[in-house]
Design a binder for this molecule. Structure first.
Ligand SMILES: Nc1nc2c(ncn2[C@@H]2O[C@H](COP(=O)(O)OP(=O)(O)OP(=O)(O)O)[C@@H](O)[C@H]2O)c(=O)[nH]1
Ligand SMILES: [Mg+2]
Length: 322
């Protein structure tokens, strides 16, 4: 049985175990827990806490987790509380939490002001979007004011990342197919800050060239929410001082979009995305739990097995639901 009050009160106190339980609750697929899940989100929805949400994206192995470890520790040193969520659209195919297994956030994972949650494994991409959005709200309600979403930069995940966060930091690495021909245009153009990462050792010179090339073309892309082209920088997680530029640019970007109202506007449109995702999710759930719908579908199943038209049965069911 769920001790709802205990989870909720613990969450508002900033207790990490309660936060974990709350996230597990919103990811539940057990119908008897749906009323608790819905009540929790109703109570959380109106809680507005100041904070920033950053997506960190890049191909597998680009150095996302390593960088997040450094960035997270930097933010904590400035007095913030940091939550890191991983979403991995490919894991819904392999049914494994790829990012979760490989987390390289050794310092952050030991820090009491950090909370790290690997990607949900069972959910489909659509479900991942709404549950990650809800997880962000839960983390903020628990007092985490800097949220980082780590996501692999393939296919749909950039759109997903921008529908969940305020800014997108893209990591590129030379010599891994991440040259100007190799990176998809859409991925480049959806980034607010581009970091040419692993600019160290043998890679250093190539990274400099790549940074220059990116700077030359970034002015041709649509401007970002701060009214400027994407910022292009280079750095290495092995050299702390080179990450100052990442820290500064991120802070600057947050300040700019907060100041010009774009952050607030973007969050409002995210609410609409969330609402639509929830409508789809709740309708789908109703198909499985509402006795009237379940029966109607069962009846149509046997009708089709006895030769009735699928199209007519679907129309008949939808008619009933009007
Ligand atoms: N030389 C160098 N290696 C780095 C740097 N950052 C990360 N690495 C190494 O690159 C490898 C991958 O780093 P991760 O941080 O796990 O990369 P990731 O992007 O989170 O990988 P996935 O979660 O699997 O997508 C590790 O062996 C890191 O030690 C860097 O700045 N320079
Ligand atoms: Mg990682």
């Amino acid at each position: 049985m769920i001790d709802f009050e205990k989870i909720r009160d613990g969450l508002f106190r900033g207790d990490r175990l309660s936060l974990s339980k709350a996230i597990t609750l919103i990811e539940t697929d057990a119908p008897d827990k749906f009323p608790f899940r819905n009540r929790l989100m109703e109570e959380i929805e109106s809680v507005v806490r100041p904070g920033f949400r950053l997506a960190v994206t890049g191909v597998p192995g680009a150095g996302k987790s390593t960088l997040i470890d450094r960035l997270g520790m930097h933010w904590i040193s400035e007095g913030h509380k940091v939550a890191v969520l991983a979403i991995d659209p490919s894991s819904s195919l392999s049914h494994g939490s790829i990012l979760g297994d490989k987390t390289r956030m050794t310092e952050l994972s030991r820090n009491p002001n950090a909370f790290i949650r690997p990607s949900p494994t069972r959910l489909q991409l659509g479900g991942v979007a709404s549950s990650t959005y809800e997880t962000i709200l839960l983390c903020e309600a628990a007092g985490f004011d800097r949220i980082i979403v780590e996501t692999v930069g393939v296919g749909q995940s950039e759109t997903l990342a921008s529908s969940l966060t305020d800014a997108c930091l893209l990591l590129l690495v030379t010599g891994t197919g991440d040259d100007l021909q190799g990176v998809k245009k859409g991925i480049l153009e959806s980034a607010d800050i581009i970091l040419v990462n692993k600019a160290d050792g043998e890679n250093e010179n190539r990274a400099k060239v790549f940074e220059r090339e990116l700077k030359q073309i970034s002015g041709l892309w649509p401007t970002r929410r701060n009214g400027e082209p994407a910022a292009v920088i280079r750095g290495s997680s092995l050299q702390d001082e080179s990450l100052e530029a990442v820290f500064d640019k991120t802070e600057l970007y947050f300040g700019q979009i907060f100041g010009n109202g774009e952050l607030q506007r973007n969050r409002l449109s995210q609410k609409i995305v969330w609402m639509k995702a929830l409508i789809r999710k709740r309708l789908e759930e109703q198909l499985h739990i509402n006795p009237v719908w379940k029966n109607a579908i069962l009846q149509s199943e046997s009708a089709v097995l006895s030769g009735a038209s699928v199209m007519q049965e679907v129309d008949r069911i939808l008619e009933k639901l009007k």
